[in-house]
Ligand binder design. Sequence first.
Ligand code: ADP
Length: 488
Amino acid sequence: MATQRVDPQLRKTGIGVVGDVPWGTHFFMFYETKEDLLDTLVPYFKAGLETGEPCLWLVSEPLTEEEARNALGKAVPGFERYVADRSIEIIRGRQFYHSGHDLDLKQAIRNWAQKTDSALARGYAGLRVSAGTAWLERRDWNAFSDYEEEVNNCIGNWRMTALCTYPLAGSTAAEILDVTRTHHFAIARRHNGWEVLETSELKQAKSEIKRLNDELEQRVIERTQQITAANEEMRKEMLERQRAEEALLEAQAELARVTRAVDLGELVATIAHEVNQPLTAVVTNGNFCLRRLEGASPNLDEFRAAVTEIVSDGARASAIISRIRGLLRKGAFRRRELDINRVIQDVSILLRNELNRNGVSFRTDLKADLPHVPGDPVQLQQVLINLVVNATEAMRHAADRTRELLIRSAKTPEGVLVQVQDSGPGIKPEAAERIFEPFFTTKAEGIGLGLSISRSIIESHGGHLSIAPASRGALVQFTLPVSSEVLS
Ligand code: ADP
């Protein structure tokens, strides 16, 4: 059997104006001539056969079974095969509705259900029927109308499409209304073509579909608005987050700069203030002695007193210096067992922006599983910040050189080693001895305390800060022992 692929839910009616319909469609036509019937029913059954549906054509006047068979035979290629395998049955309508001489509409309903079942049992998707009603006698109209109503109600459960044909001639307005009421929709000839006439049920269904569509559209609009709003909200949040992150990075870099500046600045101010007093006294006493020396007979007691004061002021200044160094050593230590790689990583985060801004490409080479060392993370951070800032400043003036900074960590027999290497000009041998001295600087704006303080901090941890020979740039390194007798 020649079958075409069809949507399993929608059936092709073959009638142009109707198009495709779902299973369970019950529609009707009013016809005036035999041609009207053939014009619609031949394409209707042709489409049914060609889409693999078994067809049942209940013929009634003015058409005969033979005319129906001939017309369909002409229109459907291979029609005989469909007849042979009982895909098409053409019988007299009257016969279907009667048991003997009596109209038996209950039996007709059972027949439809049974015909559909047997079509399904034979492997078909459903059943296509058309039933003519010209044989119907006026006295049976009401019963038939009830029967049509029942079919209309049941057909939704059957896999069947049914096209009922009613002769227009002689139908009363009331009858036309009955038929309209008991079917889903109608087709009628108008202006030489066929048109679908809407019944109230079809209208209702259409308006229901329109309502659902409108509702759906509204829901889509609302959902789209919600999604757009949520997207906008998310975009704003992301922007805010990005701003916050940028602000955080800036704050971290600022903090790193301030940490160094404040500590050194404060230290210098303290030293200046504390040491200035004894120095002023030394100078005053010195001047007094000089003036007295110019006099005729210097009073030795006065001299002794002034020189004694000079000595004691000198000792006071020296004591102040050692007290500050002592303060630095003891610091407000918050010693704990720490992972030096973690300290390096924290400093890397703090200085990432600063390094980026200076065009420094930064790398770390950190050995895993280093032993933990006792230390004050803040002080060790300060040392690393000093070393990194020195390296960055050393590379700043080397415009033609690539600016590379590497921090390495490694295990030593005693504990850990940290190296900070840059690609700057390096440290000259004559300067190498002096760079750890307080106030030694080669920079116009330098204070010369960074390395000396760093060395004090490292030594207070029982370690050692030094410079090491390097293939390029400067390599400053420090060690930290696993356990240290903290100097105090
Ligand atoms: P400051 O940075 O204020 O000069 P520091 O004590 O930190 O004080 O450094 C002392 C000196 O050591 C610097 O002025 C510089 O001459 C030298 N120095 C330190 N680190 C480096 C380095 N990575 N490359 C070259 N010279 C350096």
